[in-house]
Design a protein around this ligand. Structure first.
Ligand code: NAD
Ligand code: ZN
Length: 395
């Protein structure tokens, strides 16, 4: 029998800026230094820089540039040690070494909750160091500087971090908003072309579920995007980041307590296709196929028309995505949906389209129809390679 009950309730307001710049480490660029506030006022902000080894390898000058930047602003910031190079890519999430090393620095360099961690890297390094920074002392101030397209338009701007545990991707992680995000377009110059293209898939995804005009722009600029032209890529990154942020802000569920996950449009199959291809398919490449599949399904159910579906396929193909992959033959739809439901927690919730720019959540997928869509996608792509068709419906 209940003897006493106290209903506790409070709200915590989060806010953080997501800034876009060029040449963030040019000494005259004050963006980064002005974001950091020292405690107490007048003291210098203590900063640890963590740099993705993939970036440091191809832009070796960046380490020196960071050191010079810190020197130029020595009145405001104190480098607690030389920039720390973190192994890039999934290794940093798979192997606990990085996180452990971080905790060692936090202890030995006496980092506290007012210290800053500036992490510069791809989504994987942002996730791993973000997780370490969120858990040491229950949270240090994290400034993310994403250095890949996916990092700048998706992974780096949100509220999640994670590492893998015993082979399970993103098994350990927290919802921790960053202190700030700085997207420096110049960091992207050295990202391999295939990786830059893969990042565009997330923009197509969020445009299709939320913003018809943005999709129209991606469609019109599809050849410029295929050429990775900065005049198309940079506004794409800004708008995509804006839409991801709006989703987190306005969904009423920033920490994903419910089951709806609209930003995972096209992802239930993408996660599996990445695995089935032994990760030869990049995340964005798999997402492009996943989008195509869910578009076919939405079309078969009569939720969107053929012309709209063809326009989406054409956009994806012209940007340079291959929508046909042998891994599709080995995609176990029932199992993939089951695993996705487990990942969401609660009931199955899949985003489909009821129009371009209009996502809709459904709780049931007909397995037979989805299998038919896989066959249709594979056949249509073989056909499309022979004779591309292109009705334009989006203005
Ligand atoms: N937290 C989130 O909300 C969220 C969202 C989406 C994805 N993610 C995670 O992001 C990761 C994928 O991120 P990604 O696509 O950025 O790949 P990635 O982090 O694996 O980076 C790809 C490769 O590029 C290298 N690299 C990074 N910047 C570079 C640069 N400027 N020039 C040259 N090489 C560079 C890296 O060292 C790595 O080898 C996954 O682990 C995924 O789970 C997280
Ligand atoms: Zn994704």
């Amino acid at each position: 029998m209940l003897e006493h009950r106290i209903d506790q309730s409070f709200e915590v307001r989060y806010s953080y800026p997501v800034c876009f710049t060029r040449g963030a480490f040019a000494p005259e660029n004050r963006l980064l230094v002005d974001l950091m506030r020292a405690q107490p006022p007048g003291a210098r902000a203590r900063v640890l820089f963590a740099v993705d080894s993939g970036l440091a390898g191809v832009q070796p000058g960046c380490i020196e540039a960071i050191e010079k930047y810190a020197l130029a602003h020595a009145d405001a910031i104190e480098l607690v040690r030389p920039p720390w190079i973190v192994r890039g890519g999934e290794t940093s999430k798979r192997d606990p070494r990085e996180v452990d090393e971080f905790y060692g620095y936090a202890r030995d360099l006496r980092l506290c909750r007012h210290s800053y961690i500036v992490v510069i890297g791809g989504g994987a390094v942002l996730d791993a160091i973000g997780y370490a920074a969120a858990t040491a002392h229950r949270g240090l101030r994290l400034i993310r500087m994403p250095s890949t397209v996916l990092g700048q338009n998706d992974a780096g701007v949100g509220v999640k971090n994670a590492i893998n545990w015993q082979g399970r991707k993103n098994f350990l992680g927290t919802f921790t908003p960053p202190f700030a995000v700085i997207n420096d377009f110049e960091l992207l110059a050295s990202v391999p072309a295939a990786d830059r293209r893969a990042g565009i898939a997330e923009a197509v995804k969020v445009a299709l579920i939320r913003d018809r005009a943005f999709f129209g722009r991606l469609h019109r600029q599809r050849l410029a995007l295929a050429a990775l032209a900065p005049h198309a890529m940079e506004p794409m990154i800004v708008r995509c980041a804006e839409l991801h942020l709006a989703q987190i802000r306005n969904s009423g569920d920033p920490f994903e307590r419910g089951s709806a996950r609209p930003l995972d449009f096209g992802h239930w199959s993408a996660h599996k296709l990445e695995e089935l291809s032994a990760h030869r398919l990049r995340h964005g490449e798999a997402v492009a196929i996943g989008i195509a599949l869910d578009v076919q399904y939405s079309c078969r159910l009569g939720m969107i028309g053929n012309v709209a579906a063809d326009t989406i396929m054409e956009t994806l193909c012209d940007i340079g995505f291959t929508l046909d992959h042998a891994a599709l033959d080995r995609l176990d739809v029932e199992r993939a949906l089951g695993d996705f439901r487990e990942h969401l927690g609660g009931q199955l919730c899949i985003t489909l389209l009821k129009g371009i720019g209009e996502g809709v959540e459904v709780n049931h997928i007909d397995i037979g129809t989805m299998r038919a869509c896989i066959g249709e996608l594979r056949a249509s792509q073989r056909h499309a390679r022979d004779e591309p068709i292109a009705p334009e419906v989006v203005s």
